[in-house]
Design a protein around this ligand. Structure first.
Ligand code: 2HA
Ligand code: ZN
Length: 265
């Protein structure tokens, strides 16, 4: 069996590779910065779901009971987005969670170990499924401008940063309608970071990790990228105005509220 013959799966992997390229081109993916996971279970045939494991099972720190038997494409630990883009199966792998959700096997194509942020990714997928949210994608990246904002204490407030970025350009209110959640600094790759992120995902689809990066969830990897890209555009408008020596006026409350009616938000 050659999973490269599965057209639907390969189309999804192509989209992941496309976005990995955007992350690199945007300057959001220095060295091995950022990581991606996508639930591809529904794209696999029953036979493909039973692919033999490559190597030994790897135990998870906590069982993921909503993900038993699920299959994910996950970018590899230490792997660079600029190479994920060119060769996703040398820089990422398909993993399958065990029937009790307590461990996983790598099942294709090579023994590439998943990202250091796997605890966050799987805990988030587990949470989203357990609550019936059909979000297959978790995307984490390091946009310079958005991380820059998290170095300023007054911006570490969900309402304030959401209002600021929404008000720079109408698209931002439309494309990121649930606004931004804020996670205070935690050590990368830890369960504490994962737990704090899940709390913010109760209300938001995009979360800022203080002094580290951004995480977005959604059904579609291109749309996850678009949400972060639009926030980055808003941040650039804000910084450009400040660098030119003035405070940007921002859209008024009325202008923002009018978008809700006009676009059914
Ligand atoms: O994959 O971005 O947060 C490297 C990271 C860790
Ligand atoms: Zn990171």
């Amino acid at each position: 069996m050659n999973i490269r013959e599965n057209k639907n799966l390969m189309a999804e992997i192509d989209r992941i590779a496309e976005v990995a390229g955007y992350l690199w081109e945007r300057g959001w993916a220095e060295r091995n910065g950022g990581n991606i996971s996508v639930n591809v279970t529904n794209l696999m045939s029953e036979e493909e779901k039973r692919l033999p494991a490559i190597g030994e099972p790897i135990a998870l720190l906590e069982p993921m009971t909503a993900l038993c038997g699920h299959i994910f494409f996950v970018t590899g630990t230490g792997k660079r987005m600029r190479y994920v883009c060119k060769d996703p199966f040398c820089n990422g792998s398909l993993i399958r969670l065990s029937e009790d959700g307590a461990s996983f096997d790598i099942i294709a194509m090579q023994p590439v170990k998943p990202t250091s942020e796997l605890p966050s990714h799987l805990m988030i997928h587990n949470y989203l499924r357990a609550f019936g949210r059909d979000n297959r994608v978790v995307l984490h990246t390091h946009p310079t401008d958005l991380i820059g904002l998290t170095h300023c204490k007054p911006f570490l407030d969900s309402d304030r940063i959401t209002r600021l970025l929404w008000s720079m350009i109408p698209e931002c209110r439309i494309i990121v309608p649930k606004g931004i959640g804020i996670v205070p600094y935690e050590i990368p790759g830890t369960l504490d970071l994962a737990r704090a992120t899940i709390k913010q995902l109760e209300k938001h689809d995009v979360v800022f990790w203080e002094k580290h990066g951004i995480l977005a969830v959604g059904n579609d990897i291109i749309e996850c990228f678009d949400a972060i890209d639009t926030l980055s555009k808003s941040a650039q408008i804000f910084f450009s105005a400040r660098m030119a020596g003035y405070e940007p006026e921002g859209m008024t409350d009325r202008q923002l509220d009018d978008l809700v009616d006009a676009f059914g938000l």
